[in-house]
Design a protein around this ligand. Structure first.
Ligand SMILES: C[C@@](CO)(OP(=O)(O)O)[C@H](O)COP(=O)(O)OP(=O)(O)OC[C@H]1O[C@@H](n2ccc(N)nc2=O)[C@H](O)[C@@H]1O
Ligand SMILES: Nc1ncnc2c1ncn2[C@@H]1O[C@H](COP(=O)(O)OP(=O)(O)O)[C@@H](O)[C@H]1O
Length: 281
């Protein structure tokens, strides 16, 4: 097999609590990562030399900093063969810095795809460990299941959720995850909750009050979406989302969004499209 074309699905955080801070500065959290059937596409072509070439530049991101190239280099270091190279084409649909895990998902698809293309035979456990070095959100995409998460997002327990339709919109602003986690006004000591408490409803995102205050456009987008269904921030933003029972209602809402707001409709899925494409689950 010489070429693989793979999906890189988005995620949303159905809730997010910050329960503490580790000595290295990373925050411990609780969240529910809901995978979506919508995302980027990564095409990997085997090369007989050891070059990693990114064929599609991402505006504002140096090729060597692109998470797919960083993932490929990390995996190359695990290879005992000399001829492990790849041409990589990344077709982006997911907005950058949206809190929907685009870069992390691209990295996970690169790890799983190149593991197959280069016949490395690494387990999902090993790939999740390598992924965690690239970002706290990478392991959930490596494991490929909608999951309850703790730690910094790497302690994962699959949780089946109703496969609802989501409207995800991105106001015209960019939120840096690091900026929010460094902010003195961030709530850092939420009490941990049980799964049953989340299922009982009403659990939100602890970053939301601060992000709404710092980014009026996000506040406005939440107010707009709230007209149709309860709306929440995903991750540290900038995207916000709301759920709907059926696709047509979700599409009708999405089409009415203000002109300066990007948006899409996606179905929540319990199993990643990446793993389905690779025949892993
Ligand atoms: C908090 C979440 C929820 O999904 O936010 P989003 O990025 O999706 O908005 C993620 O776990 C983010 O994961 P990811 O985007 O991979 O974060 P990383 O690249 O590992 O970290 C970016 C920066 O955010 C801070 N950070 C990140 C995660 C975490 N649990 N605690 C932190 O303090 C650190 O300062 C780190 O340098
Ligand atoms: N393949 C990639 N896709 C998106 N962003 C990338 C990628 N590689 C590196 N990045 C960098 O990672 C940052 C966060 O990306 P992204 O995963 O889209 O956001 P978030 O973690 O908020 O969901 C971007 O602003 C960009 O600088």
């Amino acid at each position: 097999m010489q070429t693989l074309s793979l999906p890189c699905p988005a995620k949303i955080n159905l809730f997010l609590k910050i329960t503490g801070r580790r000595p290295d500065g990373y925050h411990e959290l609780q969240t529910l990562f809901q995978l979506l059937d919508y995302g980027d596409t990564l095409t990997l072509k085997h090369r007989d030399d050891d070059k990693i070439r990114l064929l599609s530049a991402l505006s504002g991101v140096n090729s060597e900093d692109n998470l797919v190239v960083r993932a490929a280099r990390k995996l190359q270091a695990c290879s005992k063969h000399i001829a492990c190279g790849a041409d990589i084409q990344l077709d982006k649909r997911l907005p950058l810095g949206g809190g929907i895990g685009g870069g992390s998902s691209d990295a996970a698809s690169a790890l799983l795809g190149l593991n197959k293309l280069w016949q490395l035979g690494l387990s999902l456990d090993t790939l999740a460990e390598i992924g965690l070095e690239l970002g706290a959100d990478v392991p959930v995409f490596v494991r490929g299941k909608t999951s309850w998460a703790e730690g910094i997002g790497e302690k994962l327990e699959p949780l089946e959720t109703p496969e609802l339709w989501y409207v995800v919109i991105k106001p015209d602003c960019h939120v840096s995850t690091a900026e929010i986690f460094c902010h003195e006004q961030l709530t850092r000591h939420d009490s941990p909750i049980k799964i049953a408490t989340f299922l009982g409803g009403g659990t939100g995102n602890s970053c939301e009050p601060l992000v709404r205050k710092l980014y009026p456009k996000i506040d406005k987008a939440l107010i707009w979406l709230e007209q149709f269904s309860p709306a929440k921030l995903t991750g540290t933003g900038a995207c916000v989302f709301a759920s709907f029972e059926d696709q047509i209602t979700a599409q009708t809402v999405c089409e009415q969004r203000p002109n300066d707001i990007q948006g899409f409709v996606a179905r929540g899925v319990n199993t990643s499209p990446l793993h389905r494409a690779l025949g892993l689950l």
